[in-house]
Design a protein around this ligand. Structure first.
Ligand code: EPU
Length: 312
């Protein structure tokens, strides 16, 4: 990939181990670009690229990726609250804003909704892309419009929320879609109540999830309402199963953790194969990846009946 000197002067470009950019602390090298200037979007879109948010829901292969890995910078980091009218207000939010920051701004302004996502590690762009959420709400719940660049297009466009077929952990747009920002419409709420609600959610997560260890959050989507993947994997007796430096969390079985920060993507992939194989053979359940994978074996996304079990 080649960027012009002007591009490089305005937008930092560096070779980086992606392990430093993912919460799982796994991933080989890539050219990391921070797109600070919106005017440089066309030059970037003309190069092979991948979009990175907070790296919180991502497993990157050990050999890294050849494409430019792009994070959004300053031009996409603003959050602007509109005036309250009849108990409602709109919020314009750039994709580079940390989701925790958006939640905090809304709570302070007494705007309800986003506090339900408290504790979800993401940028706003990443949260939109994955339709990140909890057991009670999803990012797309309060979104009215999104600004995106669709794969293959060379300019941004605004799409109405009603045009997106968003679903559980899916934004309804194709992989490779770049989210530049969104507009939310929120109802008035009592800041103290919203703050208490956010604190309760974070406390519940800290109790039930291994937040002190590197991970990418829940590895698998819950296969059906009332059938949480974590409970299923737990019942299969797989908590604590290890492969190399990777371990099925002993706290929450739908997390694979990297406690010594020395696990490889191949270690994680081996545990994924083990879990999916057992869930399929012993329960007839197909566990679908919730986390995104880059340059990992494609078989992780195939029907588990086609996979060979790895003994951990
Ligand atoms: N459970 C077990 N053993 C385990 C883990 C869970 O028996 O090892 C049981 C729990 O006791 C509970 C049920 O399974 O009865 C569901 O567990 P939990 O309440 O932790 O919810 P979850 O369905 O596993 C979902 C989201 C989480 C989100 C939490 C809280 C998915 C895949 N996961 O977890 O999202 O934080 O609800 O709202 O939808 C993520 O997306 O990365 C993520 C962690």
């Amino acid at each position: 990939m080649r960027f012009t000197p002007g591009f490089i002067a305005r937008n930092p470009v560096a070779t980086t181990a992606l392990a430093q950019c993912t919460t799982m602390r796994i991933g080989g090298p890539a050219t990391l670009v921070t797109l600070a200037d919106r005017a440089d979007l066309p030059e970037l879109l003309a190069q092979p690229h991948r979009w990175l948010g907070k790296g919180a829901n991502l497993l990157v292969g050990d050999d890294g990726v050849p494409e430019a890995v792009v994070r959004l910078g300053g031009a996409f980091a603003s959050c602007v609250l509109g005036p309250l009218r009849a108990g409602r207000a709109t919020v314009q939010c750039g994709a580079a804003v940390d989701l925790a920051e958006l939640i905090s701004v809304c709570i302070k302004a007494g705007l309800a909704g986003p506090e339900g996502l408290a504790g979800v590690p993401a940028t706003v762009g990443g949260a939109l892309r994955m339709n990140a959420g909890t057991s009670t709400c999803w990012t797309m719940d309060w979104v009215t419009r999104v600004e995106v660049v669709l794969p293959g297009e060379d300019a941004p466009s605004w799409l109405e929320r009603a045009a997106l077929a968003a679903a559980y952990r899916s934004c309804g747009l194709p992989p490779g879609t770049l989210f530049l920002g969104c507009e939310l419409e929120l109802a008035e709420g009592d800041p103290e109540r919203l703050r208490a609600q956010a604190a309760t959610l974070k406390k519940a997560k800290a109790t039930s999830q291994p937040l002190a260890q590197p991970s990418a959050g829940c590895v698998f989507k819950n296969p059906a309402p009332g059938l949480p993947a974590g409970r299923l994997i737990d019942e299969l007796g797989l908590k604590g199963a290890r492969h190399g430096g990777a371990e099925v969390s002993t706290v929450h079985a739908n997390f694979i953790v990297n406690p010594g920060r020395d696990a490889s993507a191949a270690d994680v992939a081996a545990l994924v194969r083990l879990i999916r194989g057992r869930a399929w053979r012993e329960r007839g359940v197909v566990l679908e990846m919730e986390i995104e994978t880059w340059a990992c074996p494609t078989e992780l996304h195939l029907h588990p009946g086609q996979l060979s079990e790895v003994v951990a």
